[in-house]
Ligand binder design. Sequence first.
Ligand SMILES: Cc1cc2nc3c(=O)[nH]c(=O)nc-3n(C[C@H](O)[C@H](O)[C@H](O)COP(=O)(O)OP(=O)(O)OC[C@H]3O[C@@H](n4cnc5c(N)ncnc54)[C@H](O)[C@@H]3O)c2cc1C
Length: 325
Amino acid sequence: MLTRFAYIRPKSLEEAIKHLSSDGARVHAGGTDLLGCLRDQVFDVKKLVSLSSVKNLRGLRKSSNGAIRIGALTTITEVARHPEIRKSYAALAQAASEVASPQLRNQGTIGGNICQKPRCWYYRGEFHCLRKGGEECFAVGGENAFHCIFGGESCHIVHPSDTAPALAALGARIHIRGPKGKRSLLLENFFVPPEQDYTKETVLDQGEVVTEIELPPPAEGLKSSYRKVRARRSWDFALAGVALAVGFKKDQVLNASVFLSGVAPIPWRSKEVEEAIKGKRLDSEIIKRAAEAGVQKARPMEQNAYKIPLLRSVIEEQLQAIKNG
Ligand SMILES: Cc1cc2nc3c(=O)[nH]c(=O)nc-3n(C[C@H](O)[C@H](O)[C@H](O)COP(=O)(O)OP(=O)(O)OC[C@H]3O[C@@H](n4cnc5c(N)ncnc54)[C@H](O)[C@@H]3O)c2cc1C
């Protein structure tokens, strides 16, 4: 049962921020995640603030320096299909087209995708878990087949978004507006790991809105990709996945940015894989060693050790593919 709340559809961002600054107010973008959370009583709201009538939050535009700016209200379908994204930021196009189902991609927005709440069944269910202000993470002694193998200090969620690891690997910046003005930061630093604060997923404060995501101009020789493995071929979240952005000079790796999905509470940067391939030619021995390095620090729970060989294989497969692609 939904509790009673006010619903507001402001025309300007300033007005939206004013409404969002009050306690219990939340952004409504596409609603595909938010309404499920409300129905399942994951949290309560006093006021929903729809961004649908706020101008200039939709669509993609190119800046004079070649960067691409994506409005937070742009649908995931639009991101997946955009010719410039497909051409120069393949990891993002692939990640966006792997999100959920066509209906959800038509309704869900890129801003909502990176701000969505975790899918842990204890958090979404009737459990007063640590993340909801309780005293324990029920995944520790419970059903933990889909939980994290990295970074699970106190809470063991996995980050649900497919686009977030791709954006992080591509060096995206996130632009935020709030009651105190504007700020922007690397998307990689937008997510809050449980060791820092297990009650929030992002750095957003009350009243703050993600307005844009900015992709740097495509660097020469950069190849990128995203692949996730899921339990079934229809819509599903990642069991394990990898986003790669690799700069090549001829066949040698100049720089690499590697983020893992489905295995950690935030898009998980794998410095181990990056270090294993930097300055190298991607022959099968280097690829094997890099994939092994990528799983070496994994700490599985009772039921999710299967994620280790899965992740190792997907890293190996994607490094091979990016080398040949
Ligand atoms: C059945 C199902 C399957 C799914 N499968 C996948 C999947 O495989 N991969 C994947 O990545 N996702 C998946 N999702 C999640 C889906 O992609 C997200 O629900 C969607 O992207 C969220 O976008 P939205 O616009 O609907 O956000 P909303 O539901 O409107 O909002 C989600 C959250 O983000 C906040 N928010 C939204 N926009 C902003 C903003 N601009 N600034 C600040 N806060 C904001 C809201 O307050 C809310 O807390 C699935 C969802 C469902 C229901």
